[in-house]
Design a protein around this ligand. Sequence first.
Ligand code: PLP
Length: 448
Amino acid sequence: MIANSLIENDRAHWIHPVASWRKHEDRGATVLQSGKGVFLTDIEGNTLLDGFAGLWCVNVGYGHDSIVDVATEQMRRLPYATGYFHFGSEPAIELATKLAERAPGDLNHVYFSLGGSDAVDSVVRLVRYYYNITKRPEKKHMIALERGYHGSSSTGSGLTAIPSFHAGFDVPTPMQHHIPCPYPYRTDYESDAELIAASVQHLKDKVAEIGADKVAAFFAEPVVGSGGVIVPPKGWLTAMQAACRELDILFITDEVITGFGRTGPLFAAEHEGLEPDFMTVAKGLTSGYAPMGALFMSDRIYQAIAEATPYGTPIGHGMTYSGHPVSAAVGLEVLRLYEEGGIIANGQKSGDYFATKLAGLLDHPLVGDVRSQGLLAGVELVTCKKDKTRPDAALDVPDRLAKIGYDNGLIFRAFGDGIVGFAPPLCITTDEVDLMMQRFERSLDDLL
Ligand code: PLP
């Protein structure tokens, strides 16, 4: 049995992110204690296959001693160095350099945040600053996708378009707008080309509605994650980037989930050779071993801001832990494991295998759609395949299926509207993919 006092203290004192407070008072937390590779052990001694890499972040998997060693060494030598006022530390400079070398297009400038929400928030502030300082202050409105998720900061939550992040929080603000997310499984368009053309038109219509001179930027996740792992048709991102250029608005990709090998290549932008004006990352940057996110800024924007700001005037955006040396040292080791340690290559191989296994799931009576890119996948459950009927709320898929999965030794993410998300660590072997799928199929059978 779990120490009762631990559970009681949790119920009494810890406000858990994105949880029902009253339900939490009833059920308390599932307390995880240790991890190795793709497996976790909870405080009751149960072993679970983590099909979600924590919160789509532990891309290298659990238990890498080399990461612990670099963090320990950095803490011993210099636990903290500010990035403020022209100070810096070796790991932060080295990490910024290596990231810039690998980033798409001319995203050569890196600002470090603590996670994804403040990376997005920092982009919003810097976009506003950019247009103000370059004397186009009317360009303030921002457009994102319905079902998109861009964090829960006071600004980013307005770009996010998931109802529970809006209700009661007074977002989105009047300068935040959304257009439909391209959703191949639930579209009436007959072809990918039509769906892409419709999406471009939605963007153009929204810009026209707001006023062509008033729109600053369009934000998109390359694969919508928390909104239900929705993979857009190939060519959609290229078309949206082209539309943004034509409309004179910034094209901003949020790779907080898709970055660092999650969809195959290091960045999802590589699938279509994108060249965004800004890009945000977090999660896989440190694989969850330490908190860190980042935004990448293009040469063009960086230079315009630098030149327009009077020499010696500080640009007032900063956080105490931006470029934290311990997180940066962790980020460097994680990057080494991705590349020299073969973890990205393994993720690509296992991702291909995973796609074949997912296709087999379509035979299950509850599975209406499967979609994936690399080791990021969505399985959409329906109660009638022909009509694509979503499971009734009474079936309580999110909670019941997650609990059944857990009892079968598997963690995945069961979203509302019957969608299940998978994002296992990229170190997963093909045998472990088989085990993950066996446990998932058993869980679906148990749900019936
Ligand atoms: N952007 C995307 C696409 C995300 O998926 C997330 C988190 O899941 C965020 C931003 C926010 O990141 P964080 O939770 O690290 O603040």
